[in-house]
Design a binder for this molecule. Structure first.
Ligand SMILES: O=C(O)CCC(=O)C(=O)O
Ligand SMILES: [Fe+2]
Length: 326
C-alpha cells in the first residue's frame, strides 16, 4: 500500500487557500478522493456565467458532482444546461434512443451498465463531461459508482507508474463480452440484450490511446482504461489482460470511489477525462431510467505530447453534429 492511500483527506477546496471561494454554490465533499454534492443551484440553460464557472471548478476538483431536487428539468432544459459546459456530442456514436442529443437508458429487466468504463472511450475525441439525470429511480439498488483515475495514477508505485507512462492501449466498441469478468453480466440469450449489443457494435470503432493522458484543463495525469480496453499495443492477449487487471484494480479500489443512491430529480455530472463509472445491476425488475447528455472532449494527449490515433471509425459525426442537425 502506498502512503497516498492512507493520507488524510485534504481540506475542502471551497475554503482552501489555493482554490477560489465559491460564492454562488455550496460544495459538500462526500468522499475522500472523489465526489461532492452541490447545493444552492437550480440547473438550467439560463444560469449565469459565474455559477457555471463555480460548478466547473468543483467538477474539475471533485471529478463527479451531484445535485438534488432538479425535478424541474426536462430533456430540453437538460440539453440547455449541458450546453453551458461546452459543445455537445450526439446522443451516442451507435445507439439511438429517439433523440439526437439525449441517450435514454431505460430498463425493466434489471440490466445496467455494470462494467467499469469511461464513456465512449473507443473514439478519438473521448467525451469531456457527462450530465446524467435520474428520471425513474428504484426503491432499492440501482446505485452508480465513480472512480477517480487521477488519484489512481498518483497512487501508483514508481515501477508501475513508469510502466503505465509508456503503455498505449487499443479501445474498441467491439469488445469481447464473453471475456468480461464482471459478475451478474447480462444474459446473452435475452433478445433485448442481443439487439442492444448488435446496435452497439454496428459501426466498428478502434482507437489507440495513451494509458496515461494529460488532462487538458487541469494538467493532471489520468489513467485511461475501462471496459472498452482491448489490448496494449505491442503485448499479446495474456500479457494485456494481466497488466490491465493490475492497473484497473487500482482504479476501482473502494477508497478511490464514491457511490450514489439516486433520488428522483437527482443530477450527476462527471469529468469523463478523470473518471470511470459503474451502474450496479442489483434492482431486480424494478423500472429504472436515466438520461444522459454528453459534452464533447479533446483527443487525449500522452505525457510526451503524442495524441491518440484512430485505427477504424471516425468520431466526426459524433462530436460535430451541429453541422448535421438543423
Ligand atoms: O445507469 C447509470 O447509472 C449510468 C449509466 C452510464 O453508464 C452512463 O450514463 O454513461
Ligand atoms: Fe457510462
Amino acid at each position: 500500500m502506498t502512503s497516498t492511500l492512507s493520507d488524510p483527506a485534504p481540506a475542502d477546496p471551497a475554503v482552501g487557500s489555493r482554490s477560489p471561494r465559491h460564492e454562488r454554490i455550496a460544495v459538500h465533499r462526500i468522499g475522500g478522493r472523489i465526489g461532492a454534492r452541490i447545493e444552492g443551484v437550480q440547473l438550467s440553460g439560463a444560469l449565469d456565467a459565474q455559477t457555471v464557472a463555480e460548478i466547473r471548478t468543483a467538477l474539475l476538483r471533485h471529478k463527479v458532482v451531484f445535485f438534488r431536487g432538479q425535478d424541474h428539468l426536462d430533456d430540453e432544459q437538460q440539453i440547455a444546461f449541458a450546453g453551458l459546459l461546452g459543445p455537445l456530442t450526439s446522443a451516442h456514436p451507435t445507439i439511438s434512443t429517439g433523440s439526437s442529443r439525449v441517450l435514454t437508458i431505460k430498463t425493466r429487466n434489471g440490466q445496467a451498465a455494470n462494467s467499469w468504463h469511461t464513456d465512449v472511450s473507443f473514439v478519438d475525441k473521448v467525451p469531456a463531461i457527462s450530465v446524467l439525470r435520474g428520471v425513474e429511480v428504484t426503491e432499492y439498488g440501482g446505485t452508480t459508482s465513480w472512480a477517480n483515475t487521477v488519484t489512481a495514477y498518483e497512487a501508483l508505485p514508481e515501477p508501475l507508474r513508469v510502466l503505465a507512462d509508456r503503455l498505449w492501449a487499443v479501445h474498441s466498441n467491439l469488445y469481447d463480452y464473453a471475456a468480461m469478468n464482471e459478475l451478474g453480466d447480462a444474459d446473452p440469450d435475452d433478445p433485448e440484450v442481443a439487439e442492444y449489443r448488435k446496435q452497439f457494435g454496428r459501426i466498428p470503432f478502434e482507437t489507440e490511446h495513451p494509458v496515461v493522458r494529460v488532462h487538458p484543463e487541469t494538467g493532471e495525469r489520468a489513467l485511461l482504461l475501462g471496459q472498452f480496453f482491448q489490448r496494449f499495443v505491442g503485448l499479446n492477449t495474456y500479457e494485456s489482460h494481466e497488466i490491465f487487471e493490475l492497473l484497473q484494480t487500482r482504479i476501482t479500489k473502494l477508497e478511490n470511489t464514491v457511490r450514489w443512491t439516486w433520488a428522483p430529480g437527482d443530477v450527476a455530472i462527471w469529468d469523463n477525462r478523470a473518471t470511470q463509472h459503474y451502474a450496479v445491476a442489483d434492482f431486480d425488475d424494478q423500472p429504472r431510467e436515466v438520461r444522459r447528455v454528453t459534452v464533447a472532449g479533446d483527443v487525449p494527449v500522452s505525457i510526451d505530447g503524442r495524441t491518440s490515433v484512430v485505427r477504424s471509425g471516425s468520431s466526426a459525426d459524433f462530436v460535430d453534429i451541429d453541422s448535421l442537425i438543423s
